[in-house]
Design a protein around this ligand. Structure first.
Ligand code: X2X
Length: 333
């Protein structure tokens, strides 16, 4: 609670700055879309970042932040950023995989053991490898990936203690080949649903469960429509801060530099915010009725391995990319 209060206060202060600077029409109005609630650290840091950009550009740039999939689902927004209708978009590397398959490599199940491995890989050669693939399209990604968090599985009626418990269970996964493949390999029945539709899909029992980091389960209030949470830490996920390159290239160089620094600095803060939130939220979520259990992750990891999941994706990504991943995670297959 203290933590949330502190970042909310910062965001309110930041918001007031925006109002004052809007007195003069900006020369460049840029649109940034994301799928997360206003209360999530992504949007609190984005607000702060927009204020910094307005101030450092002396009011020349207005960065408009559209949270909660206001401009459309992730699938829609990915089309919009490709055409330039949206300037910036934070998107999971795995959902980006519907457009750039090789971008999914950071989402391999049980690959990263801790944040130290994650940031070394994503700020190092693995991230560079993926950004190069992104740059071969009309998009680009800023250097610092934002934090999604380590993911846990929630369900509505039954607790998942071992892979056997999830056989045939209908689970919502984001729209992404790797996500679908992984939950099929675990024996579940995955259904691709955009995040914007996830709360209602759970509420109306179109699906029985879903998986997300605690910070997202909390800020998107998924606990209202879920009963159990299995702490599996089955994968880490992030959000590339994507830009439409043509629209970014049209900006003066000094403005580009102001934006780049503000976005990367905000990412560094947001990474820690999410890590802290995820570490503290179990108590909060128990308090609002979510029942936690701690299955042995090794059982899920083994189920994945036995199904041939790792071998299949190693082949798809190719030996070179796989070697970059394993440089950070250790041997996976
Ligand atoms: O869609 C999800 O589950 C979310 C919010 O975690 C992502 O953007 C991948």
């Amino acid at each position: 609670r203290e933590f949330l209060k502190t970042i909310s206060t910062a965001a309110v202060a930041a918001g007031m700055g925006t109002v004052a600077l809007r007195a003069h029409a900006a020369e460049f109005t840029l649109r940034y879309a994301n799928n997360l609630p206003l209360q999530h650290p992504m949007n609190l840091r984005a607000k702060e970042m927009a204020t910094r950009i307005a101030s450092e550009s002396k009011g020349r740039v207005e960065l408009q932040v559209y949270p909660s999939s206001q401009l459309g689902s992730d699938t829609d927004t990915l089309s919009q950023i490709r055409s330039g209708a949206v300037d910036f978009f934070t998107l999971s590397p795995l959902i980006l995989g519907t457009y750039i398959p090789s971008a999914q490599i950071s989402g391999i199940g049980f690959a990263f053991k801790n944040y130290d491995q994650v940031w070394k890989a994503m700020d190092g050669d693995l991230g560079a490898h993926v950004r190069k693939q992104i740059e071969a399209t009309p998009l680009f990604a800023f250097e610092k990936i934002w934090n999604g968090g380590f993911r846990q599985i929630t369900t509505g009626s039954k607790a998942l203690n071992k892979p056997d418990d999830m056989q045939g269970v209908k689970l919502r996964v984001p729209a992404s080949p790797l996500w679908t493949s992984m939950f099929k390999a675990l024996g579940a029945a995955p259904a691709s649903v955009n995040f914007s539709e996830t709360y209602s899909a759970l509420q109306t029992h179109i699906v029985e469960g879903e998986e997300n980091p605690l910070s997202i389960i909390y800020t998107a209030k998924l606990y209202e429509v879920q009963k159990h949470c299995a702490l599996t830490n089955h994968m880490w996920d992030g959000f590339w801060f994507l830009g439409n390159r043509a629209s970014f290239d049209r900006l003066p160089k000094d403005i580009q530099q102001i934006i780049r620094s503000a976005v990367n600095d905000a990412a560094a803060k947001q990474r820690q915010d999410v890590q802290d939130l995820d570490a503290h939220l179990r108590g909060e979520l128990s308090g609002v009725g979510l029942a936690f259990n701690e299955p042995d992750p090794a059982l899920f990891r083994k189920k994945l391995a036995d199904s041939g999941f790792y071998g299949e994706w190693q082949k798809k990504f190719g030996p070179q990319a796989w070697a970059i991943l394993e440089k950070y995670t250790g041997t996976l297959v």
